[in-house]
Write a protein that binds this ligand. Sequence first.
Ligand SMILES: NC(=O)c1ccc[n+]([C@@H]2O[C@H](COP(=O)([O-])OP(=O)(O)OC[C@H]3O[C@@H](n4cnc5c(N)ncnc54)[C@H](O)[C@@H]3O)[C@@H](O)[C@H]2O)c1
Length: 400
Amino acid sequence: MTQQPRPTLRVGMVGYAFMGAAHSQAWRNAHRFFDLPLTPELTVIAGRNHNAVDEAAKRMGWASTTTDWRELIARDDVDLIDICTPGNTHTEIAIAALQAGKHVLCEKPLANSVEDAKRMVQVAQDTAAKGVFAMCGYSYRRTPAIALMKRMVAEGRLGTIRQIRAQYLQDWLSNEHAPLTWRMDKYKSGSGALGDIGAHSIDAAQFVTGLSITEVSGMLKTFTTERPVGGDLVGLGGHGETKSDAAKGPVTVDDAAIFTARFDSGAIGVFEATRTALGRKNAMRLEINGSLGSLAFDFEDMNFLQFYDGTDPEEARGFRRIMVTEPVHPYAGHWWPTGHGLGYEHSFVHQVADLVAALGNKTQPTPSFSDALQVQRVLAAVEQSAANNSQRTPTRNEES
Ligand SMILES: NC(=O)c1ccc[n+]([C@@H]2O[C@H](COP(=O)([O-])OP(=O)(O)OC[C@H]3O[C@@H](n4cnc5c(N)ncnc54)[C@H](O)[C@@H]3O)[C@@H](O)[C@H]2O)c1
């Protein structure tokens, strides 16, 4: 018996640089590794520059292009809009797309303010009732080791969660000559390290533990307050080399953010997000300590999960290093034989696979816009706390 071809899911994507490339390869590959109810079709991408968007379409496999995202939403041969642009554009594009009856995948953080995020949630809830769904791209949830952490916590392997330690450490802004891009412009990005990478830590911590943050105390720091104006570097997510003699412009966001948190269960947490931790390239780390055991993850060693089982016989206790590539592990069975390892790009394929499976079942994909609004509230609370609440301690000289 010949298999009937699956119906297509025709995708229109806005933005075609770092996340555009990561999402494109996911749309191209997901149905080749996962059994999906709909086959993604790379129908159209939108950018602002005609030549650049044409070149990107050829390189990444898109069938057509436009230089106006509104045109892409108006097309009746597009079922889903994938938003891969800076945060200041998310709200307008997502709301227009949902109201036009298109499903939406929107990159994180959901918006640049709680108010904008709330408007997006309102529209998404209205359209979900009509079968038009929205999801936010907190892709680290789909790293197999992080998904395994969630499973093990849910199975009770850690007992009661007591402490959560989340760090997201990068170093690409250690160089004070690194150029000013949209990521250092508060209007476009909402915040700096906090929203760019700290948002992933907040989402992952809440996702893994199933808990919600209810209280924070934060501190933000900008080490380099102005940078050479180098234009938005395409294809590198804004990372890049200096133009040393260029004019300078102001950095209006944090380089580093730290905060403590209370969770709704009574657990407590420490969070750190920085782009100035020299030597740390993409150290997205998460450690959870419970009454029965601990789990620890570091994205720089992303195929492994560390597990300490406090119920082991005393003489045999110690952190064990689980290679998360067995068929029984989340997502891993869809890929290569045991031990062959996955990379950064796979979480985006998993994101598409989970999204398309949910759309095929006509169910709400996760994280929903509402889940992402909760992260937005935490980001806003950290900023507010950093602005208001520090308690000054006298220096040694002042005391004498
Ligand atoms: N999930 C993740 O792991 C992850 C990683 C990086 C970035 N992100 C998020 O993805 C989004 C995009 O980040 P990026 O790293 O791809 O940025 P980038 O600078 O690499 O690409 C941004 C793209 O948006 C386009 N663009 C900018 N303004 C536009 C506008 N007004 N209209 C149309 N196109 C516009 C640019 O031309 C470019 O193609 C951000 O929300 C960011 O926070 C998520």
